[in-house]
Design a protein around this ligand. Structure first.
Ligand SMILES: Cc1cc2nc3c(=O)[nH]c(=O)nc-3n(C[C@H](O)[C@H](O)[C@H](O)COP(=O)(O)O)c2cc1C
Length: 149
């Protein structure tokens, strides 16, 4: 069964990266220009932190994420969003991930703080495995029928 890949952005502090790598599935780093200018070969999930930078419109979506999402072919294949944030940012908690989910109409699959806990990783892995199953089913990859005999 295809493992839905994660495309993530992570700054130097590397917390989203640490979480992404712990998911034990294909992950692609949006700080890499070659990744940012590619188109995923099927359904994919975005993992992004939020960065309130105090610009006029209080935008918190990291620039590499914006650039990647500029391509309609990329946007069409996005099936969900995960967010890394920090509750200290109050009303702006997970602002980037939530904004992208709202605009795209795709579900917010999982939110966690900083690099997440081991339980966060387990929960996110279970959610992604269920997503893999649903996508496989939607594409007609029926599980092998069990013999009745
Ligand atoms: C300057 C700055 C602004 C931030 N703004 C937000 C924010 O608006 N909302 C939020 O939930 N977290 C915010 N955070 C927390 C980060 O999103 C969080 O620490 C995340 O885990 C960072 O991921 P990274 O280390 O992979 O870049 C901010 C952190 C910094 C340093």
């Amino acid at each position: 069964m295809r493992q839905t890949p994660i495309y993530f952005y992570s700054s130097k502090s590397g917390m989203a990266r640490q979480f992404a790598l712990a998911l034990k599935r294909p992950v692609f780093d949006l700080t890499d220009r070659a990744v940012r200018t590619s188109v995923p070969d099927g359904p994919w999930v975005l993992l992004t932190p939020s960065y309130k930078t105090g610009n006029a419109d209080n935008d918190t979506v990291p620039e590499p994420v914006k650039r990647f999402l500029r391509d309609p072919a990329v946007r069409r294949k996005m099936v969900g969003i995960m967010g890394s944030g920090n509750r200290n940012f109050g009303a702006h908690y997970q602002a980037a991930a939530r904004q992208i989910a709202n605009i795209s109409g795709r579900p917010m699959l999982f939110e966690f703080e900083l690099q997440g806990t081991q339980w966060d990783v387990e929960d996110a892995r279970a959610i992604l495995e269920e997503l893999d199953r649903q996508l496989a089913h939607a594409h007609g990859e029926e599980p092998a029928k069990q013999s009745i005999a």
